[in-house]
Structure formats: structure tokens, C-alpha cells
Write a protein that binds this ligand. Structure first.
Ligand code: FE2
Length: 501
């Protein structure tokens, strides 16, 4: 494991991973650990790192000999690592969703998956079964006394933040209707207008799409009686066209959405031939749009959304957004096209060279003129990017992200990069050749004043021992602080969060 820095760090021109190592992370998790004490295999856990790292991702990829068609169809499993006083404790639990419980009992697949997993029996057995299996596998965040396991097409599952036991589906004290879509990408406003808020959305798609934008309190306020988890504001806005909205970004005054130029033809899904997400396709000649919705807490509250043409390409995730005079600047990871795994492809044998890589770009939207300019920030394949959470929605200098080992081209994510967004300088910590990274989380050091003072926490798939390592890096230098070899094999995950509680 190495650290490289500078503006032209050297790297191999050929892939430096073994496909068998990479594919060995696709597996079922067969244990649920209950507070196992861990020690650092290398280095030492910082004594001032205090809180819990929560990770969510697919923990079950096969049942009754039948594999999911895409890992994103795997049942959600939460991994929690609690840190205090230089010690760490590990716990993991599947989310007891209705679908998981039913399939556990039946010992076979009972539901179709959105990304193309089918029930046994071919199209005939799958046609017209339009039930959604809420697999609660995409993100996990703390809101008040609840831990929420999120999956964007339905309501969250509430869990106990300490034991990870599933309490059940949550309608957030009546805020949601049963089955209502609730994004897996909340953004945490660090205090743009006073107290912290969780800003999130739900989207109802169709020929016209409606976004419900919601803001929640994240802390109790004894002076007003406000409770964490309480809805503070909401608004609904409708737009022309089908919307596939996975993520969004916030600034003090705006919620920023990017409507990809995507078409949805549900017929193969209805007829049992494809999953719903496999029916998404780039729309030839389509025009992507930025939708900027005024936040109720901001200066443009109550005004209509602004709609601006966006660049070509496909975006799942944004890094950050902020305001500069009349401009809103949005940094996002762009793919040249919508990447999907077709009905006849095996996800373990995908050809990375044939899939577009994610590249970080900055769009500067001039609201006064309705114009936009784009700058490529890096040529290196990346995903899962974040800024210091205390700078969310504000201009900031650094981003941390998962990247490929190679400087260009598409490959599995094997390294963590810290990018200076102003100068282009970067540091890279690499787990290659046998390690594969997941989403890195930047955790500020308590009381820090410098933007990059803190740690980066990352679960790494260690191909050499077919298990997961938790790696703690210094956020400023990306020097390795500690490595914990977990007694657990966690498949490649999706998103997670840090809770200082
Ligand atoms: Fe995501």
C-alpha cells in the first residue's frame, strides 16, 4: 500500500489487479457479529476518533443457488464500527426487510430485482409481477434516535443505532405515505441558516416528474421544543419529462438536481424480460437539464425553480455545490453514457474497457444569464466523492474520492485520492494490487480549523485474505494511520455515514 503525491504521480499503464481478487468480494455474508473488539493490525487507532462508522451495501447476492443479476439487487446489510479511546468494536446486521424475511423463510428467490434479477422460471414467471422488493441497501444515516437504511424507491427502514436491530418500515412520523419514494442521498446542511438540517427528496416519475423536497431537523432544540427528525419544510415541484434522480446537491439557497437525458421504456420490465433499471436508456438527441429548486430556508423561498440546459453525459453522484454571486457551481462525476449491465451479461465478467469511466467535472451556472460553462477537474476514473462535511454546500478546496489505480481508463476502484480542487494537486493512497476500495468518508478531527484536518475511513476488500480491512488515513497527507483486519468479508458496498454520537 503506497502513497503518491504531486500533479503527475506515476502509475502503471496496464491494469494492476487480478480479476479473481476483484470478483472474490461478490459473496454472501454468512455471519452477524455482535460487538467484536478489534485491534489495529498496523498503526494505531487515533484516540480522538470518537463515533460510529455506518456502512450499507448488498450482503446477500445468492439464494438457493441463484445469483443476483446485478450486485445492486442484493439485500441490505449494515456494518457498524464504533470508535472510542483508541479502541474499535464491530457489528453487522442484515436489515430485516419484508422481502428478506420472506426469502429467508422460503429459502429461495421470491422477488424480482430492479437491476435485472429475476425469479426462477424465466419471463413467464416474472411477467406482470411489478411488486418492488425494498432491499434497504443503498445508504444508512442517523436521524434522531433512529438509524435509517435507505433505498430510493420506497420508504426507509428504521434500525436501532446501537444494536442495528430492525424496528421496521418508517413513515417518519407520518411525513411519508406508505410506499412513497424517499431518496437514498440525503445531504446534511452543516448550518447554513442556523442549526444543522437533513435535506432530502422523493421523486415520482412519469411523463411529468414531481420532486418533493424535504428538510428535517437533526438536533433537538430545547428552546423551541423542536425534535430531531421533525419535518421543518417541504415543497413539491413538477417538471416535464421522465426523471432519474439518484443524487442531488445543496447550497444555502438552492437544491440542485440534474435531469439526465434518459428515456424509460417499461415494456420489457412488464413482460418479465428486464429489470426496471435495465429499461433506462440514453435518449438520443435528448437534452439534460439542471433543475434548481429554491430552499425554503433561503433567500429565494417560494419562488419558481430555475431550469438550465446541462452538458451531455450521465451523472449518478455529485461532489458538492456552492454559490458565487449570481453563479451556482456544481461538481459532479460524469459518464459519457448510462452504464448498465444487459440481460445476458454476468456482472463478474464485465469488460471494464467497454464501460465509460466516471470523471469529475465542474459546471458553473450563471443564473442571471441562464448560461453554463464546464471544466474537467481530473482525467482519472473516480466515484464516491465527498468534501469535508462541515463545508457541504459551501466553496471548498479539497475533495476525497475513490479512484482507479491507472491514471486513465476504466478499472475497479483501488485507491483513494485527495484532490486540491483549486490547484489540481493530489495525494493518492493505493490498495493495489490486491486491495479494492469502497466509498471513503472524510471525518473532521474534533475542533479542527483546517479543512483537511481529520481522517479518511474506508472499507477495503483485501483480495489476499478474502476479507475486509478498515483503513484509517490522515485526511491531509493520506498517510496510513491504522489498518484493522476485520473478521468479516463485506461485499462491495454503496454508501455510509459517520455519526459522532
Ligand atoms: Fe449513490
Amino acid at each position: 500500500m503506497t502513497v503518491a503525491s504531486g500533479s503527475a504521480a506515476s502509475s502503471a499503464v496496464r491494469p494492476v489487479y487480478d480479476r479473481a481478487d476483484w470478483a472474490s468480494a461478490f459473496r454472501n455474508v454468512d455471519v452477524e457479529l455482535d460487538g467484536v473488539d478489534l485491534t489495529a493490525t498496523r498503526g494505531a487507532i487515533p484516540p480522538d476518533l470518537k463515533g460510529t462508522l455506518y456502512r450499507n451495501g448488498p450482503g446477500r447476492l445468492e439464494r438457493g443457488g441463484q445469483w443476483v443479476h446485478h450486485p445492486f439487487d442484493g439485500d441490505g446489510m449494515i456494518t457498524a464500527l464504533r470508535f472510542e479511546g483508541g479502541r474499535a468494536q464491530l457489528r453487522n446486521r442484515f436489515v430485516r426487510t419484508e422481502g428478506w424475511l420472506a426469502e429467508e423463510q422460503a429459502g429461495k428467490v421470491l422477488y424480482r430485482g430492479v437491476f435485472g434479477s429475476q425469479k426462477p422460471g424465466g419471463p413467464l414467471a416474472n411477467a406482470f409481477d411489478l411488486r418492488l422488493k425494498n432491499i434497504a441497501n443503498t445508504h444508512v444515516v442517523r436521524l434522531g434516535d433512529q438509524l435509517l437504511a435507505l433505498w430510493e424507491a420506497a420508504e426507509p427502514y428504521a434500525l436501532d443505532p446501537d444494536t442495528l436491530e430492525t424496528r421496521g418500515l418508517s413513515l417518519l412520523d407520518g411525513v411519508l405515505q406508505p410506499g412513497e419514494a424517499f431518496s437514498a442521498h440525503p445531504r446534511f446542511d452543516p448550518g447554513h441558516h442556523g442549526a444543522q438540517r437533513m435535506v432530502t427528496f422523493g421523486v415520482k416519475t412519469g411523463p411529468r416528474s414531481t420532486i418533493r423536497l424535504m428538510e428535517f431537523a437533526v438536533e433537538d432544540d430545547p428552546t423551541t421544543g423542536l425534535k430531531a427528525g421533525q419535518l421543518l419544510s417541504e415543497r413539491r415541484d413538477s417538471f416535464n419529462g421522465f426523471a432519474f434522480l439518484h443524487d442531488f446537491a445543496i447550497t444555502p439557497n438552492w437544491a440542485v438536481f440534474l435531469q439526465n437525458a434518459i428515456a424509460f421504456n417499461p415494456l420489457p420490465y412488464v413482460l418479465g424480460r428486464k429489470g426496471a433499471a435495465q429499461c433506462l436508456q440514453s435518449k438520443p438527441g435528448g437534452q439534460a437539464k439542471f433543475w434548481l429548486i429554491p430552499r425554503d430556508s433561503g433567500a429565494f423561498a417560494g419562488q419558481k425553480p430555475r431550469i438550465i440546459d446541462a452538458p451531455d453525459g450521465f451523472v449518478f453522484h455529485h461532489l458538492n455545490a456552492w454559490e458565487e454571486g449570481d453563479a451556482v457551481v456544481v461538481e459532479s462525476i460524469y459518464y459519457s453514457d448510462f452504464p448498465s449491465i444487459g440481460p445476458d451479461d454476468d456482472f463478474r465478467s464485465i469488460n471494464f474497457d467497454l464501460l465509460p469511466e466516471g470523471l469529475l467535472e465542474q459546471c458553473r451556472i450563471n443564473l442571471a444569464e441562464g448560461t453554463l460553462s464546464t471544466t474537467r477537474l481530473s482525467e482519472r476514473c473516480c466515484e464516491f466523492a465527498m468534501v469535508n462535511p462541515e463545508r457541504e454546500g459551501l466553496s471548498c478546496r479539497y475533495g476525497w474520492m475513490a479512484v482507479a489505480e491507472r491514471e486513465t481508463g476504466n478499472d475497479p476502484l483501488q485507491a483513494i485520492k485527495k484532490l486540491d480542487l483549486q490547484s489540481g494537486q493530489r495525494q493518492v493512497w493505493s490498495a493495489a494490487p490486491r486491495g479494492f476500495v469502497s466509498e471513503p468518508l472524510m471525518v473532521p478531527r474534533p475542533g479542527a480549523t483546517a479543512e483537511d484536518d481529520g481522517w479518511v475511513l474506508c472499507l477495503v476488500w483485501n483480495g489476499a485474505r478474502s476479507a475486509s480491512d478498515l483503513v484509517i488515513l490522515d485526511a491531509a497527507s493520506l498517510a496510513e494511520v491504522a489498518v484493522l483486519e476485520l473478521p468479516l468479508a463485506v461485499p462491495y458496498g454503496l454508501h455510509g455515514s459517520w455519526s459522532p454520537a
